[in-house]
Design a protein around this ligand. Structure first.
Ligand SMILES: Cc1cc2nc3c(=O)[nH]c(=O)nc-3n(C[C@H](O)[C@H](O)[C@H](O)COP(=O)(O)OP(=O)(O)OC[C@H]3O[C@@H](n4cnc5c(N)ncnc54)[C@H](O)[C@@H]3O)c2cc1C
Ligand SMILES: *[C@@H]1O[C@H](CO)[C@@H](O)[C@H](O)[C@H]1NC(C)=O
Ligand SMILES: *[C@@H]1O[C@H](CO)[C@@H](O)[C@H](O)[C@H]1NC(C)=O
Ligand SMILES: *[C@@H]1O[C@H](CO)[C@@H](O)[C@H](O)[C@H]1NC(C)=O
Length: 693
């Protein structure tokens, strides 16, 4: 029983450890007025819900997602009062745990915005919207809702956006009992202003608003300036608002004022009541900032070797690191590729070709190389198609002591000054350059070597798997222009990629995805390679030499790579991870106590001290067991040897020889051999020793 619990705790701890490795750079937080979804609650929130959803599938490292996040936040705020009918959500597909969901919903590029009707069923992957501004997004929401309601995919909880067909005087018909006021908004069919106002006020039960599509009669009667707002009293008497405003914001404000409505009256507790007062906000900033620098920094010193070294520690800034390459390969293969529901046709070919150049030309640690070789062989053995899910399983099962795809490790060269910067795309560029350079260094002299093949494989991967859709499109355009035509001799492959990368650097200069600590520059800078520059012009020959120097196999730094060890030691590392986490948690708790005084110690810690000590205890216990097994084996062997010596001294039991050899020569030789091996020298044999040597 104890064993059972122990195993559970151990597994639990190992599972947690693997999560510790991923610090995610969510682009949204609780202060944003939208629902942050993840693998634990995406399906439960979406499937069968009465409200519709509009969800952004994003990738925290994708430049366009970083650029788009502020718009999406504004959009969330813009329609925060539409929750009675539709909610806004986000899910980060760069988080490994969410990968299954992003695959299931067949999200192929980021950001992707999807609309879901009410009571969505499993298998319904939603409807894309390509709107990119707050205004367009809310328009597309209205149009979607109208469409769904028409097709009976709405819900009774939704605001009725279908045109009212009755008489204005009968507006009170079918109005909920709670309503104290009834309003008719006449608007033209292609405008969404009137219906947006209805959505804005939909949460207040005291007001019922009906939308009437403008007809010629209305135009004649009320004038053709829409929307027209009409209050209808209980007797059916109309009061037309004179010179009513025509924008959504002004109209909403006017009606709220007229009916004494306030947001605090809204019935639903928004999941994002996060608009807390400024004072708490300020406290947070102080707490999270440098409130107590000594404490944190002194801790860093003690654990220096556990902390990621960053590229800003005064080392050469053009150093290329294996961790960056391994991270990029891991993410590319075990996240991006696997995110596809089905890999077939040209994308299967792309995958096979990409793995082929990785295996052939990318310098790797042997266990990683073994892993990729096996994966490559597996993809070749599947001529038709591979399910993403199957591939994910395969990647797990191909892992062995000598075949490893390392977990995520701390970035070094690609470490950004904040988690949303750099990382994967940087690692991918690094990997591509390393491939083109080492392909030439390895095979460039061979007559069969085709530099186009390497670039084609890179292009195929970017086209079919690189999740940053715009990046991929840009890259394809660039490739189309001159990759095939300008690359002839082996070195051209290296230079084409270098030029292409510099074009991207130029385009992204000053972009929101630019890490302020790592401004986009033309590479190599004058400080990296003085000889590459003659005044304002670049000396390509020197650049080539320089690229070959920094990206060559021998120049890669293995710093920071996590040791590839047998299973036992891995476990040790993982247990250490738990302890580390525990320590960090304590530290942050200590910090919290500074700011907020007396928070319960066990507040957010699903993994208590007992579990940890049990974990450590078990580890100790298993060591003891292994040691005792070892001792038993050794002692047995000794006993056997002693018995043998005994036999030698007294070779007969009664009349029967103890040993099966009767020939004295053979017998002598055999037992001499055995005994000397065991370190025993009988005086008789010592004398005849040279006979056998
Ligand atoms: C194929 C591809 C296309 C992309 N397209 C876009 C896009 O269209 N829009 C967008 O917003 N983002 C795009 N990105 C992402 C973007 O290029 C950067 O990767 C990201 O902004 C991170 O930048 P970084 O500062 O870490 O350096 P990166 O540009 O990622 O560079 C990584 C490292 O490579 C080295 N390096 C830089 N330039 C060169 C060069 N010319 N030759 C050799 N080595 C060099 C440097 O040491 C640098 O630190 C793309 C990424 C890839 C892999
Ligand atoms: C949330 O993100 C904003 C920036 O988008 C930041 O200013 C704020 O401090 C963050 N809040 C929390 C609680 O992390
Ligand atoms: C979903 O779960 C995450 C934590 O796993 C939480 O931060 C988030 O608020 C949850 N979202 C909703 C809508 O419940
Ligand atoms: C731990 O949490 C429980 C309730 O969850 C609380 O009663 C107890 O006081 C807490 N312990 C400490 C040490 O804060």
């Amino acid at each position: 029983m104890i064993g059972g619990r122990a195993v559970v705790v151990l597994l639990h701890s190992l599972q947690l450890c693997s999560c510790f490795l991923f610090s995610t750079a969510s682009l949204y937080n609780s202060t944003d007025e939208l629902s942050i979804l993840d693998h634990t609650n995406f399906t439960t929130s979406l499937l069968g819900s009465e409200n519709a959803w509009i969800i952004e599938f994003y990738n925290s490292w994708c430049g366009h997602c970083i650029q788009f996040a502020p718009t999406w936040k504004l959009f969330g705020k813009d329609i925060r009062d539409w929750q009675h009918t539709i909610k806004v959500g986000v899910i980060d597909c760069s988080v490994d745990e969410n990968n299954g969901i992003c695959r299931e919903y067949e999200v192929m590029g980021y950001p992707t915005m999807r609309l879901f009707a009410a009571r969505t069923k499993k298998g319904d992957v939603g409807k894309d919207t390509h709107s990119r501004t707050v205004e367009d997004l809310s328009k597309s929401v209205i149009n979607f809702l109208v469409e769904q309601q028409k097709a009976n995919n709405g819900s009774s909880s939704w605001i009725n956006l279908q045109p009212y067909q009755g008489q204005i005087a009968n507006a009170w018909e079918e109005v909920p009992q709670s309503a104290e006021h009834t309003v008719i908004i006449i608007d033209s069919g292609d405008s969404t202003v009137g219906r947006s106002v209805m959505m804005d006020l939909g949460g207040y039960s005291s007001v019922a608003i009906k939308y009437k599509e403008a007809s010629e009669g209305d135009a004649n009667r009320y004038g053709a300036v829409y929307p027209i707002v009409i209050y209808v009293d209980h007797s059916g008497k109309e009061e037309v608002v004179k010179n009513s405003p025509t924008t959504r914001k002004e109209l909403t404000e006017m009606l709220m004022k007229k009916f004494h409505l306030q947001r605090s009256m809204l019935p639903y507790k928004t999941p994002y009541t996060g608009m807390e007062d400024e004072s708490t906000k300020r406290e947070e900033v102080e707490g999270g900032g440098d409130g107590h620098p000594e404490e944190i920094n002194s801790d860093k010193l003690n654990y220096e070797d556990d902390l990621p070294d960053t590229a800003y520690t005064g080392e050469k800034k053009d150093q290329v690191y294996m961790v960056d390459i391994e991270n990029a390969v891991r993410y590319a293969v075990a996240h991006e590729v696997v995110q596809h529901k089905v890999i077939s046709g040209h994308s299967l070919k792309s995958l096979q070709d990409f793995l082929d150049i990785l295996v052939k030309y990318l310098p790797m640690r042997p266990a990683v190389h073994n892993f990729l070789t096996r994966l490559h062989e597996y993809t070749l053995s599947q001529p038709e198609s591979i399910q993403g899910e199957t591939l994910a399983e395969k990647i797990k099962s191909l892992q062995d002591t000598d075949s490893i795809l390392p977990d995520h490790q701390s970035w070094i060269g690609c470490q950004g000054s904040s988690p949303k910067y750099r990382g994967y795309p940087c690692g991918l560029w690094t990997t591509f350059h390393t491939i083109t350079v080492n392909a030439v260094l390895k095979d460039g002299l061979s007559a069969q070597f085709n530099p186009k093949k390497t670039l084609r494989a890179i292009h195929g991967f970017v086209r079919d798997f690189f999740g940053c859709r715009y990046c991929s499109e840009h890259f394809q355009e660039m490739y189309k222009v001159d990759a095939e035509s300008s690359v002839t001799v082996p070195d051209d492959g290296i230079l084409w990629l270098w030029r292409g990368h510099n074009k991207v650097n130029k385009r992204l200069k000053g972009d929101q995805s630019e890490d302020p600590q790592h401004p986009k520059q033309q590479f190599p800078t004058r400080s990296f390679c003085p000889s590459c520059w003659n005044g304002e012009t670049v000396n390509e020959k020197e650049v080539l030499t320089y690229l070959k120097a920094i990206y060559s196999k021998g120049a890669l730094s293995l710093k920071g790579t996590q040791a590839i060890l047998g299973p036992m030691k891995n476990r040790q590392a993982k247990v250490k991870g738990v302890l580390e986490k525990h320590r960090n948690e304590n530290l942050s708790l200590k910090k919290e106590r500074y700011n907020e005084s007396l928070q319960p110690l066990n507040a957010s810690w699903g993994f208590n001290a007992t579990d940890i000590s049990l974990c450590v205890f078990l580890y100790g216990l298993s060591t003891v067991i292994i040691l005792s097994v070892y001792c038993v084996v050794v002692i047995r062997r000794r006993m056997r040897r002693r018995k043998f010596i005994q036999m030698y001294k007294e070779p007969y039991v009664g009349d029967q020889p103890y040993l099966p050899f009767t020939d004295p020569f053979v017998k002598g030789r055999f037992s001499y051999y055995i005994l000397t091996r065991c370190g025993y020298h009988h005086p008789q044999h010592l004398a005849s020793r040279n006979l056998y040597e």
